[in-house]
Design a protein around this ligand. Structure first.
Ligand SMILES: [Zn+2]
Length: 493
C-alpha cells in the first residue's frame, strides 16, 4: 500500500495510474473470482475480468443499486452474495504464483493450520455494521480483520486531514451502535494512540453525563452528529459549563446545514472556547471508511478529501446512470480497491453532490487527492421521506432541514404532514413545529415563511411554537437513535 504522506501530494496523472493498476488487480484477484454476485453480473453482461484495465473500463459494468442488496422472497439472505468467499480451488485459479508462494512456504514450514489462519485474517467476516434507515430492512456489512486494519488506516488519515494533534483528548459522542461513525472514530484513536473517550452519545450517558465527561477530560476535540452536538453545546452554554479546552468540533453521519457552523461557534464562545475549528466528515456504511474536510479559515468548506488507493468515486447522472463531465452535479458512485468481506462495486450511494469531484490541489492544505464537494445531499438521512408531494408540489425535505438548521432564531424543529381534518380524502397540510430563542417567535415565523416561499416554493399551513424542553421530547433527543425531524401523520389510504 502506498504511504499516505506520498500519496496525498502525488500529481493527478500518477494517482490515476495507481488507481488503474489497483483496480485491475482488485477485479482479477478478488472481486471476480470470489464474489458470487459480481461473478454472475460479469457473466450476464459478457464482461471478462481482464477487460477491466483501468478506471475508464468501469463503465462496461452496470451500477449496483441499494435494492440489489435487499432480501428477496427466494433469497432472504441476499447480503451473503456480496461477501468475498474464496476456497482453495478459486484461490489457486485467481492468484498468480508469486502471490501463492508465501502461502505454500508457510504451509511447508508451519503446516496447513497456519495457512488457514492467515486466510481467515484476510477474509473471515468478524465485525459488522448496518445500513440505517427505517423503512427498508437494515443490511449488514461485514468486515474481516483485513478490513478492520483498513478502518485503522482510514482513521489515521482522518486525524491527519482534520489536523488533530496526537496529544488531543477526543470526546466521541456518536451514538453507540453498529454504525460506521462511532467505530471509525474509535479505531482512529486506537490507530493513532490518542486518548479517545467514546461516551455512546445522549442515549447512553445523557447530555448531562456527556458534559461532565467532557469537562473532566478537558477535551480538545468533540466529535458527533450535528443535531446532538448542537444540543450538547446549547445545554453547556445554558448551564455555564467551562469547555475552554475545546479546539475542534467534528461533525459526521449527517449533512451539516450551512448556517450551523456559525451557530456552533457562537455557543462555543459562550462556554469559553474561542478559535474553534468546525469541520465536517462524510462516510457511509457500504464504504466502511470516512473522509474529512481540512482546516480552513473563516468557515470555508474545503470538500471531503478522498483516499485514491482505497476507493474510486464516479459522479453519474441520477436518471440515466451515465458518468457526467468533471465538475458537473450528480450522484456519487463508489468502488472500493482494498475491500474484503462485504464488497460492492460501482455502487450508487444515493448521495447527490453539487459541483462533482474536484481534482485541483486543495487551496487550503495543498493535498492533491480528489475531493468531494461539501455541498452534498445525503440520501441516507431521509430514506423514508425524501421527495414528498405536499399540496401538489414536490418538496425535498432535506432542503427544508438545511433551511431550518441554518436559521439563527431556530433552536429545534420538526416538520409534520397531516391531512386536513384527518380526512384521507382531504388536502395535505404541512405543519412546522418550532422552538425558538426567547421572544423571537414573530421574527422566526416571518423569516421562515419568506425562506420557504422563495427557496422551496411552498408555504407551511401552520407554524406552531413549543418550549425547548417539550420540543426536545417531541423529536426524541437523547431517547431516539436519531432525532425525529419529519413525521408523516397522514392516514394511510
Ligand atoms: Zn485540504
Amino acid at each position: 500500500m502506498t504511504a499516505w504522506q506520498r500519496l496525498q501530494r502525488m500529481p493527478r496523472a500518477e494517482l490515476r495510474a495507481l488507481q488503474d493498476s489497483l483496480l485491475q488487480r482488485y477485479v482479477q484477484r478478488y472481486l471476480w473470482p470470489f464474489s458470487p454476485f459480481y461473478r454472475a453480473l460479469f457473466a450476464r453482461h459478457g464482461v471478462r475480468p481482464e477487460q477491466i484495465r483501468g478506471v475508464d473500463d468501469l463503465r462496461r459494468l452496470p451500477l449496483t443499486q441499494k435494492r440489489d442488496l435487499l432480501p428477496t422472497a427466494d433469497d432472504p439472505q441476499r447480503f451473503k452474495q456480496f461477501i468475498l468467499q474464496p476456497d482453495p480451488q478459486s484461490l489457486r485459479a485467481a492468484w498468480p504464483l508469486h502471490q501463492q508462494l508465501p502461502l505454500l512456504w508457510q504451509k511447508w514450514t508451519q503446516g496447513s493450520e497456519a495457512v488457514r489462519a492467515r486466510l481467515r485474517r484476510e477474509f473471515a467476516p468478524s465485525f459488522m455494521t448496518f445500513t440505517t434507515g427505517r423503512s427498508a430492512e437494515p443490511v449488514p456489512f461485514f468486515y474481516s480483520p483485513h478490513d478492520l486494519q483498513n478502518l485503522h488506516t482510514t482513521g489515521s488519515r482522518l486525524i491527519d486531514v482534520l489536523g488533530l494533534g496526537r496529544d488531543y483528548r477526543v470526546a466521541n459522542v456518536f451514538p453507540y451502535a453498529p454504525h460506521l461513525a462511532f467505530w471509525q472514530v474509535f479505531f482512529a484513536g486506537i490507530a493513532e494512540h490518542m486518548m479517545v473517550l467514546s461516551t455512546g452519545g445522549g442515549k447512553v450517558m445523557g447530555s448531562s453525563g456527556d458534559l461532565r465527561a467532557l469537562g473532566r477530560l478537558r477535551a480538545d476535540a468533540l466529535i458527533g452528529v450535528p443535531g446532538y452536538v448542537y444540543h450538547l453545546l446549547r445545554r453547556a452554554a445554558a448551564e455555564r459549563h467551562d469547555l475552554a479546552s475545546l479546539r475542534c468540533v467534528v461533525l459526521g453521519a449527517e449533512r451539516v446545514a450551512p448556517g450551523l457552523k456559525q451557530k456552533l461557534r457562537e455557543l462555543l464562545a459562550q462556554v469559553g472556547a474561542h478559535d474553534v475549528r468546525v469541520l465536517g466528515t462524510y462516510g457511509f456504511t457500504e464504504a466502511r471508511m470516512a473522509f474529512a474536510e481540512c482546516p480552513t479559515p473563516d468557515d470555508a468548506w474545503s470538500g471531503y478529501h478522498l483516499y485514491p488507493d482505497f476507493a474510486i468515486f464516479e459522479v453519474v447522472d441520477p436518471v440515466r446512470g451515465e458518468v457526467v463531465k468533471d465538475g458537473e452535479d450528480g450522484e456519487l458512485v463508489f468502488t472500493p480497491l482494498q475491500a474484503r468481506a462485504s464488497t460492492v462495486f460501482r455502487y450508487r450511494t444515493g448521495d447527490r453532490v453539487r459541483g462533482g469531484l474536484q481534482y485541483d490541489p486543495c487551496p487550503h492544505c495543498g493535498r492533491t487527492v480528489p475531493r468531494i464537494s461539501s455541498d452534498l445531499t445525503r440520501e441516507s438521512s431521509l430514506k423514508d421521506l425524501q421527495l414528498l408531494k405536499v399540496k401538489g408540489t414536490l418538496v425535498n425535505l432535506e432542503d427544508c432541514a438545511m433551511l431550518l438548521g441554518s436559521m439563527a432564531e431556530v433552536e429545534e424543529w420538526q416538520i409534520e404532514l397531516r391531512k386536513k381534518d384527518d380526512d384521507p380524502l382531504e388536502v395535505d397540510e404541512m405543519i412546522v413545529h418550532l422552538a425558538v430563542k426567547p421572544g423571537r417567535e414573530a421574527a422566526a415565523e416571518q423569516r421562515l415563511r419568506e425562506l420557504f416561499k422563495s427557496r422551496l416554493e411552498i408555504l407551511p399551513n401552520h407554524v406552531e411554537f413549543l418550549g425547548l424542553e417539550s420540543m426536545l421530547r417531541k423529536i426524541g433527543m437523547e431517547t431516539e437513535m436519531k432525532e425525529r425531524r419529519f413525521v408523516d401523520s397522514r392516514p394511510r389510504t
